[in-house]
Ligand binder design. Structure first.
Ligand SMILES: Cc1cc2nc3c(=O)[nH]c(=O)nc-3n(C[C@H](O)[C@H](O)[C@H](O)COP(=O)(O)OP(=O)(O)OC[C@H]3O[C@@H](n4cnc5c(N)ncnc54)[C@H](O)[C@@H]3O)c2cc1C
Length: 450
């Protein structure tokens, strides 16, 4: 692992890896679960010393070094009453999330992180340093916005920022499973109610099951406005009898920390210690992120069947109780304004992300848990996703697969749709040795699961 402290050092390491054909990857926030930021027997470029953020209040731009986390950006921008569209979990790497697309609570108002990206300074496979934007290396900038992790090491990113005067309303609610029909009924109103300033996630987990020794409904609310407006908007859900309610007014830089405590990576220090030098590789935290998409309206029986399947799994395998499935209703109007061919990101359409983060402890369960996860995600996409709609066309409606959520074994053609041929041409131009292949390997149909 090479922990660099300058862009020139990044260039030296990348050039060395390419010249000697050494397995190579970059590590940002370390949140990927597919092995994309580790290289057994190879070089891991650690960017954790490159986390500076510069805010320009006059031009509403924020310049971010390639190893920064979203917390670095949120806090720096907040000092100037500015915000950037960034991840809902602020310990995630800025570059890792952005170059694959980048969803956040502000996506409903301002689109994806890539839709707010102005330029990226990137170290290419041969060690050269280029700045890509709409006007310079425009072909690379097209590829960077959605598949950037396959093209180089981003050492600096420039974002458009937005004015944010007040606090936002947000928090989590936990419900017993009998509230599911009422939650589904609310979601089915969501598209007609939202003006882009809201977000509503719900899903299932057994994590932190306070007072409930069963798989429960986890809801996450977001409203960019006053508390009274928010409480009015979410009234049908807030008036349900919740077991836990953490909703409150928060600063935007505080908002993106609310889910950190629910995440095992952030809770690592408070968890029972595991000796990572232990020779037995079969013990230790294992996690797998996998995504799908879902369209509205939801069928309550179908959602119940997903609950039942998930609940049966976490009950049967208590070590997987921290796993979760989330249906992420963040308004998609701004995202859909950009054509699927306008950037490499090819999942803009009338649907919403579903994420599943499954966690377990023993290697003997690897195949079993992963196959159940794949089964549930395929079932959601197949029975309730965009592909089941008559007249569905991936070129116009998008592929329905967010590359940062898709499992690494998902074929790249399914993720990038008709953009894959242009991506492969650009790959030949900018990375003919395929140095950057650990995220999704554009030159191959699919990677074997790690
Ligand atoms: C719990 C959880 C919550 C999530 N929430 C969100 C969310 O709200 N919104 C969202 O959009 N996504 C979300 N994601 C997905 C997340 O954006 C991706 O997993 C992302 O790739 C993580 O980036 P990282 O830098 O933290 O991870 P890493 O594991 O460090 O890196 C991920 C990939 O990016 C590459 N990479 C990292 N930094 C650079 C760089 N500077 N230049 C080039 N390549 C680089 C790595 O080589 C690797 O291939 C979530 C994931 C998890 C596990």
């Amino acid at each position: 692992m090479v922990r660099v402290s300058s862009v020139d050092q990044v260039a030296t390491v990348v050039r060395f890896a390419t010249d000697h054909e050494i397995s190579f990857t970059t590590r940002g926030g370390g949140y990927s679960t597919s092995g994309a930021s580790i290289a057994h027997g190879g070089i891991v470029l650690d960017l954790s010393k490159l986390r500076a953020v510069h805010v320009s209040p006059e031009s509403h731009t924020v310049t971010v070094q390639g190893g920064a986390l979203w917390a670095d950006v949120d806090v720096a921008a907040a000092r100037h009453h500015l915000v950037v569209v960034g991840s809902t979990l602020n310990q995630i790497g800025v570059a890792g999330a952005t170059l694959g697309g980048g969803y956040g609570w502000l996506t409903g108002q301002y689109g994806l992180a890539i839709d707010n990206l102005l330029w990226v300074k990137m170290v290419l496979a041969d060690g050269s340093i280029v700045t890509a934007s709409e006007t310079a290396h425009a072909d690379l900038f097209w590829a960077i916005r959605g598949a950037g992790l396959c093209f180089g090491v981003a050492v600096e990113l420039g974002f458009r920022a937005h004015r944010q005067e007040g606090h936002v309303f947000a928090g989590t609610l936990r419900f017993a499973p009998d509230k599911l029909p009422r939650v589904v009924a609310f979601v089915n109103q969501f598209e007609s109610l939202t003006d882009g300033r809201q977000g509503f996630w719900f899903g299932f987990t057994m994590q932190d099951s306070v007072d409930m020794d069963q798989c429960h409904i986890l809801v996450v609310l977001f409203y960019n406005g006053s508390e009274s407006q928010a409480r009015q908007f979410f009234r049908p859900v807030l008036e349900l009898d919740s077991v836990v309610d953490t909703t409150q007014m928060l600063s935007y830089d505080g908002l993106n920390g609310i889910l950190n405590t629910a995440d095992i990576t952030a809770r690592r220090d408070s968890l029972p210690k595991i000796d990572i030098t232990h020779p037995d590789k079969s013990v230790g935290f294992r996690r797998s992120l996998r995504g799908s998409n879902i369209t509205l309206p939801l069928d309550a029986e179908f959602v119940q069947s997903i609950y039942d399947e998930f609940s049966a799994m976490v009950t049967h395998y208590p070590q997987a109780r921290d796993s979760r499935i989330l249906l992420e209703f963040v308004p998609n109007g701004e995202v859909k304004k950009v054509a699927n061919s306008a950037t490499a990101f090819a999942s803009r359409g009338p649907y919403y992300n579903v994420s599943s983060l499954f966690e377990w402890a023993e290697a003997r369960l690897d195949d079993e848990i992963r196959s159940r996860q794949k089964g549930m995600m395929d079932r959601i996409g197949g029975d309730a996703g965009i592909a089941r709609h008559p007249g569905y066309n991936p070129s116009t409606h998008g592929t329905g697969l967010y590359a940062n959520y898709a499992g690494r074994d998902v074929p790249v053609e399914e993720i990038f749709g008709s953009n894959i041929s242009r991506l492969r041409e650009l790959k030949q131009k900018y990375d003919s040795h395929n140095t950057f292949r650990k995220w999704h390997n554009l030159n191959k149909h699919a990677n074997p699961p790690d």
